[in-house]
Write a protein that binds this ligand. Structure first.
Ligand code: GMT
Length: 371
């Protein structure tokens, strides 16, 4: 198949999922054309069957807000026409599905199909806001096929956006050849004492991630068990978090590592992963941790319980319940046997989301749409 993929290239999990999907499809022989305003972050080097088409936005004195949606639609049409695409697959409804709709309407020459994958905030924040709700509903209903990354997100889309179109749940996925527990003893020794448990967190430190809950929970347990906290990533809440560490006098036990490339290595030296998010349609970072055999302590927000099974692959807690988070981290940190059992279960659970199982679901979905 010849597939056009549009996503946000620089921020957020939806761009990561779209890019990895394109790369996996390309290795299976499909021809993939990424269409966006910048090269998706994880695209990197040259890949066979993968092409990137940059959308140049019009700059004109009248345009205080240059109309990216229109520039994208024109580029989609151009790529679809000259590369003879079978379908356009948009990730994140706003504005990509609207551009896709325009491109499809303009492409009289062949029967271009339009698919959108809903990722989370396109529904839970942007889509359900008063100003975007009608256009989000329209953007979704205009597709030939719609997928959501969790059952939770599907239900919220049906309920809050009120769409009248079937939504198929195709979960996010993981390439377990890229994400697996590596041998990183020297690296681990440089991060923590031999007897310490390594607790880690990875995110973009936006308010929705509730990173301060991690510090509050950590402060409650750091004297009860030898433990080191790794805070990986960067974003608007990082400074407040560092300030909280100083206030609670836990700085000597917390390392803020900023943005990192070697996520797999950092997960490989971790014993427990923490994700206390306020809202999470899926929680890709939790899945990446599980693929490296790391048990997860997370909130029970959104689709997280579909990934992290309470009492099996880790623990979940009510959003904002810092005491429960602390108690659950402590029980795992103190019990080597339980941690080992959850680690095995986490790895097993991650296999359910492996590319070998999930990518064929997308291929089948495309084939059904193409008839
Ligand atoms: O919250 C983010 O990191 C960005 C956001 C996005 O749409 O780019 O992520 C959402 O999509 C990810 C990939 O499908 C999911 O793993 C995240 O759970 C989801 N984030 C939220 O729902 C808050």
């Amino acid at each position: 198949m010849k597939i056009g993929i549009t996503c946000y290239p620089t921020y957020g999990g939806s761009g990561v999922v779209a890019t990895e999907l394109g790369l996996e499809l390309a290795t299976r022989g499909h021809e993939i054309h990424f269409i966006s305003y910048a090269m998706p972050l994880r695209l990197g080097a040259f890949h066979q069957n993968v092409f990137f088409h940059e959308v140049e936005n019009a700059d004109y004195p009248l345009f205080e807000y240059p109309p990216y949606t229109l520039a994208l639609a024109s580029k989609m049409l151009e790529v679809a026409t000259y590369q003879k695409l079978d379908l356009l697959h948009c990730h994140y409804a706003i504005p990509h599905s609207i551009s896709g709709f325009l491109a499809k309407r303009m492409s009289y020459a062949h029967k271009l199909k339009l698919i959108t994958t809903l990722h989370g905030t396109d529904i839970t924040i942007v889509g359900s806001s008063k100003s975007f709700l009608p256009i989000t509903k329209f953007a979704i209903e205009t597709n030939d096929g719609v997928t959501a990354v969790s059952s939770y997100l599907k239900q919220r889309t049906l309920k809050e956006i009120g769409v009248d179109i079937p939504i198929e749940v195709i979960p996010n996925f993981i390439n377990m050849e890229k994400f697996n527990r590596g041998e990183c003893q020297i690296f681990r020794d440089s991060m923590a004492e031999k007897n310490e448990i390594v607790l880690s967190h990875i995110s973009n430190f936006r308010p929705v991630k509730r990173v301060q809950d991690i510090i509050l929970a950590f402060a409650k347990i750091h004297e009860k068990v030898p433990i080191q906290l790794l805070m990986i990533g960067d974003g608007p809440e990082r400074s407040k978090c560092e300030e909280l560490c100083r206030e609670l006098k836990v700085c000597h036990k917390v390392k803020f590592l900023g943005k990192q490339e070697s996520i797999r290595d950092l997960l490989s030296i971790s014993d427990i992963f923490i994700m206390p998010s306020d809202s999470e349609s899926f929680g890709l970072a939790a899945l990446e941790a599980m693929a490296c055999g790391v048990p997860v302590v997370s909130s029970n927000a959104g689709g997280l319980p579909e990934v992290n099974l309470h009492g099996e692959t880790g623990f979940t807690a009510e959003v904002g319940d810092v005491d429960a988070l602390a108690e659950r981290i402590l029980s795992l940190a103190k019990d080597d046997g339980l941690r080992q059992k959850f680690s095995v279960n986490a790895l097993e659970r991650a296999k359910y989301f492996s590319v070998d199982r999930v990518i064929p679901l997308y291929e089948q979905f495309y084939e059904n749409i193409l008839g």
